[in-house]
Design a protein around this ligand. Structure first.
Ligand SMILES: CCCCC/C=C\C/C=C\CCCCCCCC(=O)SCCNC(=O)CCNC(=O)[C@H](O)C(C)(C)COP(=O)(O)OP(=O)(O)OC[C@H]1O[C@@H](n2cnc3c(N)ncnc32)[C@H](O)[C@@H]1OP(=O)(O)O
Length: 342
């Protein structure tokens, strides 16, 4: 080293020291912070592009609803959670990673309008940091999230929760295959099959494989529980913060609906929206690798359904615990509850 010449950058200079870093190690200086892509590249997975935010000012970010993002007639609740968590994460020291969040859905979001995320730096401690995020459209706060972040720390370790025994995702049908099968399944009512066939099919950014083969429809009763594997389509950047945002996004896709399962009946039209959502991230994971989502609804009462969930890696590690309460009503016709009023 002493006699050879190497290209290097001066990275610190004082009267007494001059710190040089060989060119091949300059990547060590790159921020490890939340995926820092300033542009949305086509090569990124759709999930990563949906969660992309533009910085506007310090603590203020802007997100949009991409044309190919799932919408359900409004801004999808998971998009609010994922984007708000991304905004919060971008303001936190990159060594701290989200361990819990609590959110409220206040107003139906308009997917034709950008969403402004205003981050409030509630506290920055040595080990923990807390952020509050407001999602704003047309001057109204439509969604709010509190999230807490922690520096990696060793400690006690136990896991009582056991991953249920379910088939491997490779043995199960994809949503696309399931849809094809349902259209031609003679055990299902013709009206239901026609409805599935005529409904426009928009692929989700998340691949889903239901663990139980069932022939129930949105018009037939079933137990208030569900288990499915999910993973982001495509490869995600290697940033644990992003993987947690993608899990947060996905967690609202099929969650509250489980609460409606025992109440489904012919002709039922429901008006249901997520009201609040809480998550605890226990261990690191990748959201572009299969994750098992185990959902139960212990209660529905007073027009509110309650659901709780656990997420496991393929190795049976409990990675996330979560809960949600949602509004569960019979829809008054015409179904108008889900229109934005901003
Ligand atoms: C289980 C097997 C599954 C297999 C699945 C396979 C495939 C799945 C396929 C699809 C899955 C889709 C998954 C979609 C999940 C989507 C989840 C979400 O994204 S929800 C979006 C996030 N949440 C929100 O946006 C909620 C925002 N918050 C609010 O809107 C409000 O806070 C509120 C909760 C409505 C409460 O506001 P308020 O106090 O003002 O409430 P009101 O009771 O006064 O009502 C407001 C408004 O609604 C009208 N309304 C009320 N009740 C009804 C009803 N029963 N029917 C129709 N309309 C109703 C009411 O008239 C009010 O309107 P107005 O002000 O004009 O009078």
């Amino acid at each position: 080293m002493a006699s050879s010449t190497q290209p290097a950058d001066v990275i610190a200079l004082s009267k007494l020291t001059c710190l040089l870093l060989p060119k091949e190690h300059t990547n060590l200086l790159e921020s490890k912070s939340i995926w820092s892509a300033d542009e949305t590249h086509e090569k990124f997975s759709l999930a990563e592009r949906i969660l992309h935010l533009d910085p506007v000012e310090v603590n203020i970010f802007q997100g949009i609803t991409l044309p190919d993002a799932p919408k359900f007639g409004k801004v999808f609740g998971g998009q609010f959670i994922g984007q708000a968590l991304a905004a919060a994460s971008k303001t936190v020291d990159c060594l701290k990673i989200v361990h819990s969040l609590h959110a409220y859905f206040l107003l139906i979001g308009d997917f034709n309008m950008p969403i402004t995320y205003q981050v409030h730096r509630v506290r920055d401690g040595k080990s923990f940091a807390t952020r509050r995020v407001e999602a704003i459209q047309n001057g109204n706060v439509v969604f709010t999230l509190l999230a807490s972040f922690q520096k990696e720390e060793g400690g006690f370790n136990h896991q009582v929760a056991e991953m249920p025994s379910v088939p491997n995702p490779e043995e199960l049908l994809s949503m696309e295959e399931l849809r094809e099968r349902r259209i031609i399944d003679p055990r299902l009512p013709r009206t239901y099959r026609n409805k599935v066939a005529s409904r426009e099919y928009v692929p989700w950014p998340i691949e889903i494989r239901f663990c139980e083969h069932n022939t129930s429809t949105n018009q037939t009763k079933s137990p208030p529980s569900l288990r499915y594997w999910f993973r982001a389509k495509g490869k995600l950047s290697d940033d644990q913060a992003l993987h947690r945002c993608v899990a947060a996004y996905t967690s609202d896709l099929i969650f509250l609906q489980v609460s409606l399962n025992p109440h489904r009946e012919k002709g039922l039209k429901s008006a249901s929206v997520s009201l609040d959502h809480s998550m605890w991230f226990h261990r690191p994971f990748r959201a572009d690798d299969w994750v098992l989502y185990v959902i139960n609804s212990p209660s529905a009462h007073g027009a509110r359904g309650f659901v709780s969930g656990q997420m496991f890696t393929r190795n049976g590690e409990l990675i996330v615990s979560l809960t949600q309460e949602g509004l569960l009503r019979r829809a008054r016709s015409p179904v108008s509850a889900a229109k934005p009023k901003l």
